[in-house]
Design a protein around this ligand. Structure first.
Ligand code: G3H
Length: 541
C-alpha cells in the first residue's frame, strides 16, 4: 500500500472503531483536588481535543474529549496553602508519620489506581495518541515503579534503623522530607514521568501540589478519588490550568521547596527565576535532549537499524530519550539508508488501538506545520527525503521522513524535533562527531553502533564526560528504572531512578550524642518507651 492510500484510510468512521475503544460522551471536568476534597470550579474551562479525527461526509472531524478547569492564580494559591498547612513547617501529620505508615497510604493508593487501568489506558490513547501496547506499558510500568519505590524505601529505612558509632560519637542518620513539592510532568509520559517524581515526593513525607501535563490531563481524573481517599487532607493537591496563570504564582510565592519538572530548559529556567529565595529551592528537572546515534564503519548494520528505528520513532519520536540525529560513516551510509528506509516502510500507521500499529497522530496543535518547516528547511539546503512518502501528512498525522545529508546549516542539526523526522549526518572522520557532542547544548544520552572494540572503547572515553548514559549497540532509553537517569548541560538537573528519587525528595538529618553512659541510657530509654519517631530501631519487614 502506498503512503498516500494509507493516509487516505487513516482516520476511521465512528462505526469502524471497536466498541470498547470508542470515545464516550465528552467529559466536562470541573473538579480538582484541594485539602482532601474535590472542589468544583465554576470558572472557564479548557477544551480537550484528541489528536484523532473521525472520517465522515463533512470531512475529518477532530474528536473533542471534554474540558478541564482553567484555574486562576487565586485558586492555585489556595491549593498551595493546603499543602503548606499539611506540611506545617515539618510539624504536620504526614511528615511525621512513621515510614511504615506512609508506605501503607501509598499501597492503598496503588490498589485503587490499579482498578482504573482500563480508563487511564483508554484516555492515554485518545488524549496523546499513544498506541494500546505502549499505553498499557506506561500504566504497568508506573505501578511497578511504585512497588519498587516502596521496596527501596523499606531497604533505606532498614539501613537507617541502626546507630553508628564514630570517634566516640553515636549517631542515627535518617532521610527526612524537604517541604512542599510542586510536581509537573510531560505530555509524552503524562502518567509515568509525573508519578516518578510525585510518588517519591509523597512517600518521603513531603506535601505536594501536582499539575498535570498540557496533554494527557483528563486521564488523571479517574485517579482523583483514589488520591483523595488515600492521603490525609492537603498532602496531595491537584490543580489544572495554564502554567502562566497558576504555576508562576506558586513559584513567586516562595513557598515551594522542591520543584520537579519535565519540560524545556527555558520553561524550567523561567519558573525557577520567579522564586524569591532560589537557594532554598531544590530542583529535579528532566529537560531537552538531542541524543545522537553514531554508526561506525565496522558495525552490525541490521542491529543498528533495528535499534535506531525504535530509538528514533517509537511513539513517533516523542520521547526525551529518542535518537534525534544519526551520524553514519560514509562507508556504510547507502546500506544504512536503504535498510532504515525499508524498516520504516514496515511500520504501520493507524489508530492507537489498531493491532500492530506503530505510527499515530500527534497531540500538539501546530506540530505538523513545525515539522514541515524543519523538513522544508533541510530540503532547501540540500537534504533529500530518502524514504517513499516521507513527510506526507494529514491533519495531526505526519508520516516519518528520513533525511540525508543533514548539515550544520540546517535547523534539524541543532533543534530538538521531538517528532517523526530522522536526520542523518554522513561523516568521514569520527572527530566531526566528537566535536558535535562536545559543543552540543544537550547532554542526556547517546548510542554508539559498532563492533571494533578499540574504536568503541575510545569513543566511550571521549563521551563519558559529556552525557549521562552511553548505549552500545542499543537505542537510548530511560529504563531499567533502577538505573540512574540524568543529563548534563541543558538536559537535566539531578538524577532520578527508583533509589535516587528517594534521595532527591529528602535530606539526611542525624541525631548525634557523645557516647557516654548517661547518653546511652537516655537513648535506650527513648527507644524502649517509643518516645521518638526518629530515634527508633524499628525494622520494617
Ligand atoms: O521522554 C522521556 C522518557 O523518560 C523516556 O523514557 O526511554 O523509557 O521511553 P523511555
Amino acid at each position: 500500500m502506498t503512503t498516500a492510500s494509507q493516509l487516505e484510510h487513516l482516520f476511521p468512521t465512528l462505526a469502524e472503531i471497536p466498541e470498547r475503544y470508542r470515545p464516550g460522551a465528552p467529559i466536562e471536568q470541573r473538579e480538582y483536588l484541594v485539602n482532601g476534597e474535590l472542589r468544583r470550579w465554576d470558572g472557564p474551562l479548557a477544551s480537550v481535543r484528541s489528536p484523532i479525527f473521525l472520517a465522515g461526509e463533512q470531512g475529518d472531524q477532530q474528536v473533542v474529549l471534554g474540558s478541564t478547569p482553567l484555574l486562576d492564580a487565586e485558586a492555585a494559591l489556595i491549593a498551595l496553602d493546603a499543602a503548606v498547612q499539611a506540611y506545617d513547617h515539618g510539624q504536620g501529620l504526614w511528615p511525621n508519620l512513621r515510614v511504615a505508615e506512609r508506605i501503607q497510604h501509598v499501597e492503598g493508593f496503588l490498589a485503587r489506581m490499579r482498578e482504573q487501568r482500563e480508563a487511564v489506558v483508554r484516555l492515554l490513547m485518545w488524549e496523546i495518541g499513544k498506541n494500546l501496547k505502549d499505553s498499557e506499558k506506561e500504566f504497568d510500568r508506573t505501578c511497578d515503579y511504585i512497588v519498587d519505590t516502596i521496596e527501596s524505601l523499606k531497604e533505606l529505612d532498614r539501613r537507617s534503623s541502626r546507630f553508628e558509632l564514630e570517634q566516640g560519637t553515636l549517631g542515627q542518620i535518617r532521610r527526612v522530607p524537604l517541604g512542599v513539592a510542586l510536581c509537573m510532568g510531560p505530555y509524552n509520559y503524562p502518567l509515568n514521568e509525573t508519578f516518578t517524581t510525585l510518588i517519591p515526593a509523597l512517600i518521603m513525607g513531603n506535601t505536594v501540589v501536582f499539575k498535570p501535563a498540557k496533554f494527557g490531563v483528563l486521564l488523571i481524573r479517574p485517579l482523583l478519588e483514589a488520591f483523595r481517599d488515600s492521603f490525609p487532607p492537603g498532602v496531595i493537591n491537584i490543580i489544572y490550568g495554564r502554567g502562566r496563570d497558576t504555576v508562576s504564582a506558586l513559584m513567586a510565592s516562595g513557598k515551594i521547596d522542591v520543584f520537579a519538572f519535565i519540560g524545556t530548559h527555558k520553561g524550567a529556567a523561567d519558573l525557577k527565576k520567579l522564586h524569591p529565595r532560589p537557594h532554598r529551592l531544590r530542583a529535579a528537572l528532566g529537560l531537552d535532549a538531542k541524543n545522537p546515534g553514531i554508526v561506525l564503519p565496522q558495525v552490525d548494520l541490521d542491529n543498528a537499524v533495528s535499534e535506531a528505528i525504535t530509538g528514533a520513532l517509537s511513539f513517533n519520536g516523542q520521547r526525551c530519550t529518542a535518537l534525534k540525529i544519526i551520524f553514519v560513516h560514509e562507508d556504510v551510509l547507502d546500506a544504512f539508508l536503504a535498510k532504515f528506509s525499508a524498516a520504516l516502510a514496515a511500520l504501520k500507521p493507524g489508530m492507537p488501538w489498531d493491532e500492530g500499529v506503530a505510527l499515530t497522530p500527534l497531540p500538539e496543535p501546530g506540530k505538523v506545520d513545525y515539522l514541515n518547516g524543519l523538513l522544508d528547511d533541510a530540503v532547501a539546503k540540500g537534504a533529500r527525503v530518502v524514504n517513499p512518502g516521507g513527510g506526507a501528512h494529514r491533519q495531526s498525522f505526519f508520516y516519518p521522513a528520513l533525511l540525508s545529508p543533514v548539515t550544520p546549516a540546517m535547523r534539524l542539526y541543532q533543534e530538538e524535533q521531538f517528532g517523526p523526522l530522522v536526520p542523518v549526518v554522513p561523516y568521514r572522520e569520527v572527530k566531526e562527531v566528537i566535536d558535535y557532542v562536545l559543543h552540543s547544548d544537550y547532554g542526556q544520552q547517546l548510542s554508539i553502533f559498532g563492533n571494533d572494540s578499540a574504536e568503541v572503547g575510545r569513543l566511550v572515553d571521549a563521551f563519558v564526560n559529556q552525557v549521562g548514559r552511553i548505549n552500545i549497540n542499543a537505542q537510548c532509553q530511560r529504563g531499567p528504572d533502577s538505573f540512574p537517569f540524568n543529563g548534563r548541560k541543558n538536559s537535566a538537573e539531578g538524577t532520578l531512578s527508583v533509589q535516587d528519587a528517594l534521595r532527591v525528595f529528602s535530606i539526611r538529618t542525624l541525631v548525634a550524642t557523645r557516647f557516654n553512659p548517661e547518653n546511652k541510657a537516655l537513648v535506650s530509654e527513648i527507644i524502649r518507651n517509643r518516645e521518638s519517631g526518629f530515634i527508633t530501631t524499628d525494622y520494617i519487614f
